[in-house]
Design a binder for this molecule. Structure first.
Ligand code: CP
Ligand code: NVA
Length: 308
């Protein structure tokens, strides 16, 4: 069994195999109704626990649908309603859940919670987002880029805005999949140095460019995310908006990227803050393909975790 905790802690060859498997499973569905089972039922007889300590639309629905398409069953658990939210330890929760279910996906705040769950679970644990990273999202993003434009290796990806959890996983992916990464945003919201260090050690170019117009020159892919993440205090909102306004992805900024550049956003979006509706709904945007590909990519991740 394998845990899927982060992109930088998973073997590059395994990541590539999961992306290939995701493409194949997407193609195999061949436009059939969404609620129908796959021909292949690798998760038949399997129970999957989906634990959420933060809100979710895509992660919740895509994991749930993905498990069912592969023949398994799910239970969606809210952290607040579990004893976990009332003092039971993460280690004990992991030991107990492992007696009932075959796979655990958890969305939580502290990375330490995820790691403790993985340490004490005897079934695979998947990271469904922490304050630090969001690896399932970036698997879908790599899949989406390659579906539209072919290999992502050697391409230039530009992240505009907050150097947050999704940005950190993108940096990990830069190292693992071999693409260059430029961050443009205010210095106080730079990505964490260890994520930059990981990508650089893998030999890809990582640049920090404070001028967004210069940053996006030659970009094959422009990415942004919310200016205020779920773990950020509400009190930081006004300051963040003021700091990040110059990094909004709008048509003028996209016009400086390559003509065939793609635009991505993991969603949920705050339209006309981090990206304008003209960009979200414009010709470069693949945001809804990204959302769909969460389903296919995570099916591949779950199969890999279970060795199926
Ligand atoms: N992108 C993403 O993880 O969306 P949700 O918060 O809706 O799951
Ligand atoms: N950075 C965002 C991503 C949401 C999917 C957050 O953590 O809230």
């Amino acid at each position: 069994m394998n845990h899927f905790l982060d992109i930088h802690t998973t073997e590059g060859a395994a990541l590539r195999q999961m992306i290939n498997s995701a493409h194949a499973m997407k193609a195999a569905r061949n436009g059939r109704p969404k609620g129908t089972p796959d021909d292949d039922q690798p998760l038949a007889g399997h129970m999957v626990a989906l634990i959420f300590e933060k809100p979710s639309t895509r992660t919740r629905v895509s994991f749930d649908v993905g498990v069912r398409q592969m023949g398994g069953q799910t239970m969606v658990l809210s952290g607040r309603e579990m004893q976990l939210g009332h003092g039971e330890t993460i280690a004990d929760t992991a030991r107990v859940l492992s007696r009932y279910v075959d796979l655990i996906m958890i969305r939580t705040f502290e990375e330490a919670t995820l790691l403790e769950m993985a340490e004490h679970a005897t079934v695979p644990v998947i990271n469904g987002l922490t304050n630090r990273t969001h690896p399932c999202q970036i698997m879908a993003d790599v899949m989406t880029y390659e579906e539209h434009r072919g290999p992502i290796a050697g391409k230039k990806v530009v992240w505009a805005g907050d150097g947050n959890n999704v940005c950190a996983s993108f940096l990990h992916a830069a190292g693992q999949f071999g693409f260059d990464f430029t961050f443009t945003g205010p210095p106080t919201l730079d990505p964490e140095p260890s994520a930059i260090g990981f990508a650089r050690e893998k030999g890809v170019r990582v640049a920090v460019e404070r001028d967004p117009a210069l940053a996006v020159a030659g970009a094959d892919l422009v990415v942004t995310d919310t200016w205020v993440s779920m773990h950020d205090p509400e009190s930081a909102k006004e300051r963040r908006h003021n700091q990040l306004r110059p990094y909004q992805v709008n048509e003028a900024l996209m016009a400086r990227a390559r003509p065939d550049a793609l635009f991505m956003h993991c969603l949920p979006a705050h339209r006309n803050d981090e990206a304008t509706s003209a960009v979200m709904d414009g010709p470069h945007s693949v945001v809804f393909d990204e959302a769909e590909n969460r389903l296919h990519a995570q099916k591949a991740v779950m199969r890999w975790c279970l060795g199926l």
